[in-house]
Design a protein around this ligand. Structure first.
Ligand code: COI
Length: 355
């Protein structure tokens, strides 16, 4: 990461740390936050000085646009500690680029690279004790931006707040993941905001996901809005299918998030000599493959969830259980990916960045 600090940061440290009260072995995802947070305000067409201060509630005008029109975007990233106590980020440039693409789509200002990257670096360094060693431990990084401008007119805000908060994390999903294939609800539509990491893309999933939960499924596999015949994403993750020995995942589009874990898996699998096809998989194809036994595995991939095996899926009230694999490809890929992230294997791709 850049050593040139062109951006001054205003740093106010917490009087004492909360870390002694945290049970790092029993962390519910995204529930506990470190001692500090970062914020940087945008007004009159420019970004102010980034501030790092004790983690605390923020005060906002009730008419702030984010409350009324959901003008909000975020990123999900992780920091990992290696055996030498060095801390690493994984492809942070990808998150930075995607963040500003999301900003443009939501009519928000782009965040300067120094504020995003140097902000992450400085904040993580201040809270570095919160990054625990050992595979499976990480610090989940949540950069986000909200519209703070006053007034309920339905137009882009003139004021914004960029923030970063940090949360020690273990796994996102605990236990088996069974999914329900969407027949009616959609995550995104062409021309919409599906490719942006917009807050509204996630809240729109809550209701259909709750209905799926009530039927015993942890997530929904989203299908295309026009025909509900193409398999697109799994809940909060991109989705992969292993049919015989080929891995399939949908191409990115206006409806599908360009996941960093997704694109890393594609590159890793190809390097390992695995046949990867980036194309839409049809529901009918999946049903046929489940019936004739050629569907070997399904898994979700995302920063929070990493690689999450799916044990079965339901479609039109029929449940299809996937066969157990002696050596699941999903776990082999997860191992290879996390070995790079935790610096346990050589990073031939140049994906890891020391902070
Ligand atoms: C991530 O995987 O980081 C995400 O952004 C998904 C989130 C809903 C936890």
């Amino acid at each position: 990461m850049s050593e040139n600090k062109t951006q001054a940061f205003d740093i106010k440290k917490a009087a004492e740390s909360k870390i002694a009260n945290v049970d790092f072995e029993n962390l519910a995802f995204g529930n506990i936050f470190t001692d500090h947070m970062l914020y940087c305000d945008y007004k009159d067409g420019e970004w102010g000085t980034p501030v790092i201060c004790p983690y605390a509630p923020i005060e906002m005008d009730p008419s702030s646009r984010v409350f009324h029109y959901g003008q909000a975007i975020f990123e999900g990233m992780k920091a990992y500690k290696d055996e030498q106590d060095d801390i690493w980020l994984f492809r942070p440039d990808e998150n930075f680029i995607r963040f500003n693409k999301s900003a443009t789509r939501l009519a928000m200002p782009e965040v300067p690279e120094e504020v995003f990257m140097e902000g992450l670096k400085q904040l993580i360094n201040i809270d570095k004790e919160w990054v625990r060693k050992g595979k499976g431990n990480s610090l989940y990084l949540r950069p986000f931006m909200i519209a703070t401008g006053h007034g309920v007119i339905a137009a882009p805000s003139a004021q914004y707040r960029f923030m970063i908060i940090l949360s020690p994390a273990k796994s996102y999903y605990t236990g088996e993941v069974k999914v329900l294939i969407a027949e009616h609800f959609s995550r995104a539509a062409n021309g919409g905001i599906g490719a942006a990491k917009a807050a509204g893309n996630y809240s729109a999933q809550f209701y259909p996901t709750r209905l799926a939960n009530q039927q015993g499924y942890q997530q929904v596999i989203w299908t295309d809005d026009a025909t509900h015949t193409k398999l697109e994403e799994a809940g909060t993750m991109n989705v992969f299918f292993r049919i015989n020995d080929t891995l399939y995942t949908a191409p990115t589009s206006e409806r599908i998030l360009d996941g960093v874990t997704r694109k890393s898996i594609i590159d890793l699998a190809k390097r390992e000599g695995i046949n990867v096809e980036v194309r839409s998989v049809l529901v009918d194809e999946l049903l046929a493959a489940a019936k004739d036994g050629s569907l070997k595995e399904m898994f979700g991939a995302g920063t929070a969830a990493v690689v999450n095996p799916i044990v079965g899926f339901s479609y039109q009230d029929t449940y299809y259980e996937l066969p157990k694999q002696d050596k699941p490809l999903s776990l082999e890929i997860k191992d290879k990916l996390t070995n790079i992230q935790y610096k346990l294997a050589e990073d031939t791709f140049g994906w890891t960045v020391k902070i």
